[in-house]
Write a protein that binds this ligand. Structure first.
Ligand code: NAP
Ligand code: SF4
Length: 672
């Protein structure tokens, strides 16, 4: 597919962007590490080499009050310029352009000195902000301008003023968080004065040849947020004040609507930018869950926006644009919107990376260099760990044979892709399929390789990635015909009855429950259905555009059980756990903790909860009780004197997860 629209340059008058792709801001935590600017420079330079039209950095605070957490990055002193210059020089050497995002977190800051227009605590922060005085506000505007000035001195092509996601600027704009009665509160003219003064101040100080992107919160998705008329009024005023580009912001961090998780349909929010297109004349950027060049091209072709922002897709594959331009989009390692190694890391103050590309944010440490001594390597098992180790080792020049006992590659991802909202996991299997062919991995499907074969083929190294087998139940009636494994339930949901007990509330228990409450088809949810299910007011009549969620009726009655006490889903991802929980609650899934399983018979599942005996009358019981490692090889291989490595679930079933498996595989394959 040619990408005529996507690859078309964008003329901003004083400067040209090489195409319509903007790499959206992501807080990688690199800047906060020792030697962080060098790491960040390598990270951004690789994306510039991959032909991104315009890069926006992670948020940098204009003063110490605005940092995300104590010690997080700010640009408020000239002494900080050399560090940033490393980044801008590296990007410019690759022919790229880069803007620095100025982010003041306001009441979202994780430190006790946080400030806000009014002293109202955010529901997602333990710290209560101090109300800003008039002098604080004037000084903060000056800090934004000074920060932009220092950014220009450091070589940035421009700045993005972060006006969305519920941060300080957003907090000024809406009555929910701004109860002031002075010239910064009350009427909308007063409430929008703060961002306008910032944009005007930057333009006045820095002249015309400096890019100003403004991230406009188009849908707050919180009660008492902006109305559409207010958003349009602000957009027009920001354009007048001198911005060159307006980027779309969707949802405050405290919103109870998923906006970028995998259950959000692809391109679900581009209709919002499209609506703003009629109102403004400067270029508009659309965003959220756009993860392929094909979809980006389609959105541009429909005229919904002038540019496409993708953030996480550039963690997954720095060469996304380059591959599209060379007609190799099938080779793109697609972001599956899992958040597991990016946002979940950032929100727990760990360095960001990517589940499907562990090199992301590790460009100075993890590299797949060509080998000087090619080895014969056997990889057993074509799940995530096996696929990753085989393809990276082959890319480096080793001769790799990949054995898989079933008739296709993918391992646990073959199950994951069947879960509603996880359809994108199929993209990872497609990517590895292409890499297996490209790097000439000798794939042997339907082959349960024998130890003798491994020995007789004289492999130099054997990598065991045979994964796991599900744990079975050890209670009376565990062999009752109503009991099924999660594998059976996921592969054949149409054979599961209308009332189901799911034993085990880990990631798989949640996934199985999600599958069973939906229709027995894995069709991706339509955008309008998603908006209804989560309460997005697409008529835009309610301020903030958030209304009562109206989920579809559940297909089955599901009980999700666990032995431990406490909240369900505690072990799920920091940024997605609440979505999985809400989704099941919306479908009336009954979540029981502190459960003792007693027996299974024709009547159903007998349990005790505390001191109460209870019968759960169900047609089926699905066992999602974790896994045990599956490794029938390593002992014999080691005994035969062959170098042997055990990775993924085969190594550590308890920690079975694709992030760990692929990372472990990549590190091994980079060194072998
Ligand atoms: P898991 O997270 O270990 O959960 C299995 C649960 O089964 C345990 O938490 C335990 O909970 C229960 N259990 C263990 N032994 C049992 C027994 N003998 N009888 C009854 N219950 C028993 O395993 P999983 O759900 O299979 O997930 C595996 C991995 O896949 C996870 O670590 C995760 O990384 C990944 N994954 C994640 C997601 C996600 O985040 N959305 C989705 C899918 C998979 P109790 O002791 O409380 O009963
Ligand atoms: Fe995308 Fe998951 Fe990688 Fe984050 S960790 S960039 S969501 S694939």
């Amino acid at each position: 597919m040619p990408f005529d629209k996507l690859l078309e340059p964008l003329d901003l008058g004083f400067t040209q962007l090489k195409n319509r792709v903007l790499m959206g801001s992501m807080h990688t935590m690199l800047e906060e590490l020792p030697g962080g600017h060098e790491k960040a420079a390598a990270f951004y330079a690789e994306r510039a080499r991959g032909q991104v039209g315009l890069i926006i950095t992670g948020g940098i605070a204009p003063n110490k009050e605005g940092v995300v957490f104590t010690g997080a990055a700010s640009l408020d002193e000239p002494s900080q310029i050399p560090g940033h210059k490393q980044i801008t020089d590296a990007v410019h050497q690759e022919g790229g352009k880069i803007c620095m995002q100025i982010l003041h977190t306001g009441r979202y800051a994780y430190h006790q000195g946080c400030v806000a227009p009014s002293a109202i605590q955010a529901p997602i922060n333990i710290n209560k902000p101090r109300e800003m005085s008039h002098e604080d506000i004037v000084r903060t505007i000056a800090d934004f301008v000074n920060c932009a000035y220092l950014a220009k001195e450091a070589g940035y092509d421009g700045v993005e003023v972060m006006g969305s996601e519920g941060y300080l600027i957003n907090q000024f704009l809406v009555r929910r968080t701004n109860k002031r009665t002075d010239e910064w509160g009350g009427t909308y003219e007063n409430r929008m004065r703060f961002p306008l003064e910032i944009v005007k101040g930057i333009r006045d100080r820095l002249g015309e040849d400096f890019i100003i992107v403004y991230r406009l919160s188009m849908l707050d998705l919180v009660e008492d947020g902006s109305t559409w008329d207010e958003v349009v009024q602000l957009g027009k005023a920001i354009e007048q004040a001198g911005a060159n580009i307006i980027n779309t912001g969707i949802g405050w961090h405290e919103a109870r609507v998923p906006t970028i998780a995998s259950n959000v349909p692809r391109g679900a929010f581009s209709w919002v930018t499209a609506r703003m297109k009629n109102e403004l004349s400067i270029p508009l950027v659309t965003t959220n869950r756009i993860n392929t060049p094909e979809l980006a091209e389609e959105i541009l072709a429909k005229g919904h926006a002038d540019m496409i922002s993708m953030a996480r897709p550039f963690l997954a594959d720095p060469e996304l644009v380059l591959k599209a331009s060379e007609n190799r989009s099938h080779e793109i390692n697609t972001c599956i919107a899992c958040n597991q190694a990016c946002l979940d890391h950032t929100f727990t103050l760990q360095r960001c990376s990517c589940l499907v590309n562990p090199r992301a944010c590790h460009e100075t440490e993890l590299n797949y260099e060509a080998t000087s001594s090619s080895k014969k390597i056997a990889v057993i098992g074509a799940g995530p760990a096996g696929m990753a180790s085989a393809t990276i080792a082959a890319e480096r020049g080793h001769k790799v044979v990949l054995y898989e006992s079933s008739d296709s590659i993918g391992g646990q991802f073959k199950l994951a892709q069947r879960i509603p909202g996880k359809e994108d996991y199929a993209e990872t299997i497609r990517y590895f399929e292409k890499m297996i062919a490209k790097h000439k991995v000798d794939l042997k499907l339907n082959t349960r390789v024998e130890i003798d074969d491994l020995i007789s083929h004289s492999f130099d190294e054997v990598i065991i990635a045979t994964g796991v087998k599900p744990r079975t139940l050890d209670i009376e009636g565990a062999d009752h015909p109503a009991v099924v494994s999660y594998h059976e339930a996921i592969m054949n949901p149409e054979q599961i009855g209308n009332r189901v007990a799911v034993i085990g509330a880990g990631g798989i228990g949640f996934d199985v429950s999600e599958l069973l409450v939906h229709d027995d088809s894995t069709k991706e949810m339509a955008i309008e259905e998603f908006m209804q299910e989560w309460g997005v007011d697409t008529s835009m009549s309610v301020p903030g555009f958030f209304k009562e969620p109206r989920p579809k009726e559940a297909k089955r009655k599901v009980y999700l059980l666990k032995r431990s006490t406490g909240k369900h889903g505690k072990g799920l991802g920091k940024t997605t756990g609440w979505i999985h929980r809400s989704s099941l609650k919306n479908k009336d899934v009954e979540m029981l903790s502190n459960v003792e399983y007693q027996k299974i018979d024709d009547a159903g599942l007998h349990i005790r909860v505390g001191t109460e005996d209870r019968l759960i009358e169900v047609d089926n019981i699905v066992v999602c009780a974790g896994q045990i490692s599956l490794d029938d090889y390593s002992e014999a291989i080691k005994a035969a004197g062959i170098n042997c490595h055990v990775i993924g679930g085969a190594d550590e079933a308890k920690e079975l997860d694709a992030k760990r498996a692929i990372n472990q595989a990549a590190i091994l394959a980079s060194k072998i």
